[in-house]
Ligand binder design. Structure first.
Ligand SMILES: [Zn+2]
Length: 96
């Protein structure tokens, strides 16, 4: 599949990944590692129809409360939640 050009600035798109941050009530859901074509100039991202469907499914599950995410305001890092969910990540950032 040819990435083609960015619709906004006509730069050559690159294959890469992007993330989506969406807020639902008090919760913030961040979907990471979304395969996409990303514009190196303006960071505009385009997804395939398949990927868009997956994102829609995740958002639907999240809205219906079937998928739980950490309550976290954007830009905040909750160390306690991080410890609970990713002990390995915490070990990696500790002083040795
Ligand atoms: Zn662009």
């Amino acid at each position: 599949m040819d990435p083609g050009e960015c619709l906004l600035c006509k730069s050559k798109m690159r294959e890469g990944t992007t993330e989506i941050i969406a807020r639902v009530g008090e919760q913030v859901v961040i979907i990471k590692n979304i395969p996409a074509f990303v514009c190196p100039n303006c960071d505009e991202a385009y997804y395939s129809i398949d990927t868009q469907r997956k994102i829609d499914r995740i958002m639907k599950a999240f809205h219906e409360g079937r998928l739980l995410a950490r309550p976290l305001a954007a830009g905040e890092v909750d160390l306690k939640a991080l410890e609970a969910i990713q002990p390995a990540a915490c070990a990696a950032i500790e002083d040795h």
